[in-house]
Design a protein around this ligand. Structure first.
Ligand code: UGA
Length: 428
């Protein structure tokens, strides 16, 4: 199949590369010429394990090309994927400006009707709105099929080839089937649903995972009051197959470009349909509160942070990514600075992105050991596994203080305490 993928952000680029690897001829399109220039040379515009290798391979084998001009490739495509951003508006609802403008362009320039596959996360019913734009006064017929993505940043390439399921939502099942055939080589449970159902599955999945995180964070706060250990409670619960062990890691709350945005958007979608989704309000409230509780612990323990040096390890919203969108770590750095602390930071991948948004007074260090040197306290704000493997006895010697605030429950409490640290984690 010949496929055009519009948008080369996380979703678009991973899909473009993945579809090329499956043997399709793929044209990646993005209005950002700088990004296209990078991609043509085989450089990935963001860090994602495994992406670069596969990008280079498919470029060199001629299955993958990139352009900033949709009109150059639009008429070569059998199908067009829309993978552009749907950022949140002020009220939390998704902004459809970009998906709409791609639809306008297809309406204007495509010479024959095609299947348009929407992978951008859009409110329920958006497929219908896009179809109206696509078919406006043109005598051709475009069907919009929904194909939500469930990729996790940091594991996106793996998830593309080994998904738990592939969902396709279409008005006519036959169109859904045609889209599903693109993924014929992938072994997974494949389900074809109505379009609205598919659009809602995406939000429901993300909102449920976010709910699991807020639930375990509430349990974590309760653990601290009753003297229980949230790690063990999570394991004890999660071993029940109906609950599952995943997404029961308590900490400073979820961040990233998806959960915060999608939970708020689903709440808006419900509200707009006259339904009061009470549970989601609590999920959001708990998540916002979690980083504040963590900061209160730091303040209470350190008493006065004025002129004290604090090292923050981790800036990305989670491990294995350079993405800092809605990262709790950034809020923590800024709050510590507002309490008067001198903050030294380190992240294995997210330093360049963080430099663009953190205050000038932030001290960016070349490595974790440089960050912790002479600090009164260390804060772990991202669950990078490499932080657990640091030489903690060496860190202890190089610090001025001996306190670790582990916002991600990453370290082995017994070992850390044995080294002589004061160890303060979440719900333990
Ligand atoms: C999430 C979903 O997991 C993907 O399935 C979905 O495709 C994606 O959103 C999306 O909509 O595009 P992602 O945002 O990459 O993926 O990150 P997650 O691995 O889900 O983690 C989200 C946040 O939750 C992170 O801040 C992480 O630290 C936090 N988290 C995760 C916890 O606090 N506890 C956990 O147990 C798990």
């Amino acid at each position: 199949m010949k496929i055009v993928v519009v948008g080369t952000g996380y979703v678009g680029l991973v899909n473009a590369v993945g579809l090329a690897e499956l043997g399709h001829e793929v044209f990646g399109v993005d209005t950002d010429q700088k990004k296209i220039n990078l991609l043509i040379k085989g450089h990935e515009p963001f860090y994602e394990p495994g992406l670069k290798k596969m990008l280079k391979k498919n470029l060199s084998q001629g299955r993958l090309t990139f352009t900033s001009q949709l009109t150059d490739v639009i008429n070569q495509a059998d199908m067009i994927f829309i993978c552009v951003g749907t950022p949140p508006k002020r009220d939390g609802s998704a902004d459809l400006t970009y998906v709409k403008s791609v639809s306008e362009a297809i309406n204007r320039y495509a010479k024959s009707g095609k299947i348009i596959i929407n992978k951008s996360t859009v409110p329920v019913g958006a497929g219908k709105i896009l179809e109206e734009i696509l078919n406006k006064k043109n005598g051709r017929f475009f069907q919009v099929v929904s194909c939500p993505e469930f990729l996790r940043e940091g594991k996106a390439m793996h998830d593309f080839f080994h998904p738990d399921r592939i969902v396709v939502g279409a008005v006519k099942a036959a169109d859904g089937q045609k889209v599903m055939e693109l993924f014929a080589k992938i072994k997974a449970v494949k389900i074809i649903t109505g379009r609205e159902t598919s659009e809602l599955i995406k939000y429901a999945a993300n909102a449920f995972l976010a709910t699991k995180i807020s639930f375990i964070n509430e349990i974590s706060n309760l653990c601290e009051k009753v003297g229980a250990d949230v790690q063990e409670v999570g394991r004890g619960m999660g071993l029940d197959k109906r609950i599952g062990l995943h997404f029961l890691q308590a900490g400073i709350g979820y961040g990233g470009s998806c959960f915060p945005k999608d939970v708020r958007a689903l709440k808006q979608i419900a509200g707009g349909s006259g339904y009061n989704f009470r549970l989601l309000k609590a999920v959001i409230e708990v998540n916002n509160k979690q980083r504040k509780l963590f900061l209160e612990k730091i303040k209470k323990t350190m008493v006065n942070l004025s002129n004290k040096t604090v090292a923050v390890l981790g800036l990305a919203f989670k491990d294995n990514t350079d993405d800092i969108r809605e990262s709790a770590a950034l809020d923590i750095v800024k709050a510590l600075q507002s309490f008067g602390a001198k903050v030294k930071v380190y992240d294995p991948q997210a330093m360049a992105n963080a430099k663009l948004v953190l205050p000038k007074k932030t001290i960016f260090c070349l490595g974790p050991y440089a960050a912790v040197e002479n600090s009164q306290a260390v804060v772990i704000a991202t669950e990078w596994p490499a932080f657990a493997d640091l030489n903690w006895p060496r860190i202890k010697k190089s610090m001025k203080g001996r306190t670790i605030f582990d916002g991600k429950n990453l370290l082995n409490r017994e070992i850390i305490k044995k080294i002589g640290f004061q160890y303060i984690a979440m719900g333990r």
